[in-house]
Write a protein that binds this ligand. Structure first.
Ligand code: FMN
Length: 227
């Protein structure tokens, strides 16, 4: 442990361990102001990204009619699939897994009511033009390379941390990706932008959050070589 850490570690550790998937405790009645969303995106923009090219676009939806369409797209991609997963988990007696599936369905059925919906997009066309022939021909579709994913998900996570630090809650969701063209059509998103997530943003209800269960980290570490 550093003798004089440059941060208040209790606060930092609490932020890192309690920024979690919030679904049932999103306040669907309280508006979220645009300035706070912009501030959180600004904080997220300090994330590592290849060559500091910042090939991201943050599509922020707060218009109620568009939210209804976006929410329905998410619901229709999510509920049928997760309902099947729930049945499988219930049959297997996996109560922890079933609880997550029920929570996912709960949010999916209310996604349209969440005050702000954010879709961070990665500009694959811009990245492939920049990489040139390192990754093959320039792309007319949003076909992602590992380095592209790695250049935006740190920013997505920083965005979630920044939201949490300001009393807002969220969940990283990706279920809508099974039909990205439908979302692109609703919001005019270019086909060369990969929609990395759909992030609901709302104030939270109730008290503070506890860390989610995690496996002992010692079980996940390989020191030097795997035997
Ligand atoms: C790549 C990825 C995709 C996810 N997709 C969804 C999703 O589509 N819908 C949802 O409600 N949660 C989604 N989640 C949230 C996970 O269910 C959640 O992070 C996990 O259950 C652990 O819970 P915790 O973050 O509260 O600790 C996703 C998380 C990740 C990292």
């Amino acid at each position: 442990m550093t003798a004089n850490p440059p941060f208040d570690l209790d606060t930092v550790d609490r932020l890192l361990t309690t920024t979690k998937a919030v679904r049932r405790r999103l306040d669907l009645t309280r508006p979220v102001d645009r300035e706070t969303v912009v501030e959180c995106i600004r904080l997220a923009s300090y994330s590592p990204n290849a060559s500091n090219a910042q090939e991201w676009h943050w599509v922020v939806v707060d218009d109620p009619e568009l939210r209804a369409l976006v929410g329905e797209q998410y619901r229709s991609c999510t509920v049928p699939v997760v309902t099947k997963m729930l049945a499988t988990k219930e049959e297997a007696g996996d109560e922890a897994g079933a609880r997550i599936s029920r929570s996912i369905i709960y949010l999916a059925e209310r996604m349209a009511e969440v005050p702000v919906l954010v879709i961070p997009c990665y500009d694959v066309a811009a990245a492939s033009a920049r990489y040139g022939n390192l990754i093959g021909p320039e792309r007319a579709t949003a076909e992602m390379e590992p380095g592209m994913f790695a250049s935006i998900y740190p920013a997505v996570w920083s965005f979630l941390l920044a939201l949490r630090s300001r009393g807002l809650g969220s969940t990283l969701t990706t279920a809508h990706q099974s039909d990205q063209p439908a979302m692109a059509e609703i919001l005019g998103i270019p086909s060369t932008w990969f929609q990395t997530a759909l992030i609901p943003v709302a104030h939270t209800t109730g008290g503070d959050f506890k860390p989610s269960p995690r496996a002992p980290v010692e079980d996940t570490i390989v020191w030097n070589t795997h035997s």
